[in-house]
Design a protein around this ligand. Structure first.
Ligand code: FAD
Length: 286
């Protein structure tokens, strides 16, 4: 974990672009409330294949131009052309955006053409070539190994390649096993990978959604945690949420105490689950 200790610990947040006007109004309220945790930036997801392009742009524009916070758009390259990516980059640059979360994404079902980029590393190389250092580039990292990587060493090899193409820092897929992060960082250090790798944190509010989502993205919910979450009665949602909040808060503090360079919260566009955890944490700044 040594390589991570030199970085200041910062918190950041992730939102998805609301599909409706009502959702957008709710998100505006969330942004004003959750701002109390003083995030370094607020990122906005992007549907692979450009499926949320307009809504992502609208949400990024709102954060960047109507609030005091810095917006960081996610940009997935699968299914995209160089021309369409460049257009988006120009638009973000004109808005004053300084940070992009550069991703491959997964081809939406029914969409056959992977487009002009195969991997996130191709997108990073393209952004560096066309835009130099205009943007701070965040990339995705997988302490429990990306589902399509044959093994964790191959996962590290391609992660390193992504870093060599010009990534500045990384955000991990969420996890509930502290050791998966620790071993991942150790493996990065052994392979000469040195950049801030910020743990992605998913607060738990709904058991069924968590299990479904985790199966899709290859994040493990440990058996003991599943058992405990399942043991709450249907009508004791508050009890379940309080238990889950304590578990995730403990994981976050353990990560910070071990030297993680901050935390990135998958807020799911809700204030309280993330804010309750963030406000209970003690950060060390170097
Ligand atoms: P890559 O880094 O390209 O890796 C994908 C796979 O290919 C890995 O298995 C890797 O080992 C392998 N690989 C990489 N390079 C090569 C190569 N040159 N040759 C052979 N194999 C290679 N998805 C969305 O649709 N929208 C979002 O907004 C979004 N935000 C995310 C934010 C975070 C922090 C994270 C962790 C994930 C996010 N995702 C998002 C999900 C992400 O798009 C998927 O996990 C996707 O499957 C991989 O994207 P990547 O950028 O990690 O891909």
């Amino acid at each position: 974990m040594q390589s991570q200790k030199k970085y200041a610990q910062k918190l950041s947040l992730e939102f998805f672009p609301p599909r409706t006007e009502q959702g957008m109004e709710k998100l505006k309220t969330v942004i004003s409330e959750i701002g109390a945790m003083q995030p370094e930036y607020m990122s906005v997801t992007y549907g692979a294949g450009g499926t949320t392009q307009e809504k992502t742009l609208e949400t990024v524009r709102y954060i960047q131009t109507q609030t005091e916070f810095e917006a960081a758009p996610h940009l997935t390259c699968i299914g995209a052309s160089q021309e369409s990516v460049l257009e988006l980059l120009d638009e973000y640059e004109a808005m004053g955006v300084k940070r992009i979360v550069a991703l491959r994404g997964d081809l939406p079902s029914g969409m056959m053409d992977p487009g002009e980029f195969k991997y996130a590393s191709d997108l990073i190389a393209f952004i560096r070539e066309r835009k130099g250092d205009t943007f701070h580039l965040e990339v995705a990292a997988y302490p429990e190994t990306h589902p399509q990587a044959r093994n964790c060493d191959i996962g590290i090899k391609w992660f390193k390649h992504k870093v060599e193409q010009g990534a500045d820092s990384a955000i991990t897929q969420y996890f509930y096993n502290f050791d998966s992060y620790r071993y991942f960082i150790d493996n990065c250090e052994k392979n000469g990978i040195d950049l801030p790798i910020i743990p992605g944190i998913m607060p738990i509010t709904n058991y069924e959604n968590l299990i479904r989502f985790s199966q899709g993205c290859g994040a493990e919910v440990p058996r003991w945690l599943k058992c405990r979450l399942e043991s709450f009665d249907e009508d004791d949602k508050e009890g379940m949420k309080a238990f889950a909040r304590d578990v995730v808060t403990e994981l976050c503090q353990k990560l910070l105490d071990a030297g993680a360079p901050g935390l990135h919260f998958y807020s799911m566009n809700s204030t309280q689950p993330t804010l309750d955890i963030a406000q209970a944490l003690t950060l060390k700044n170097v």
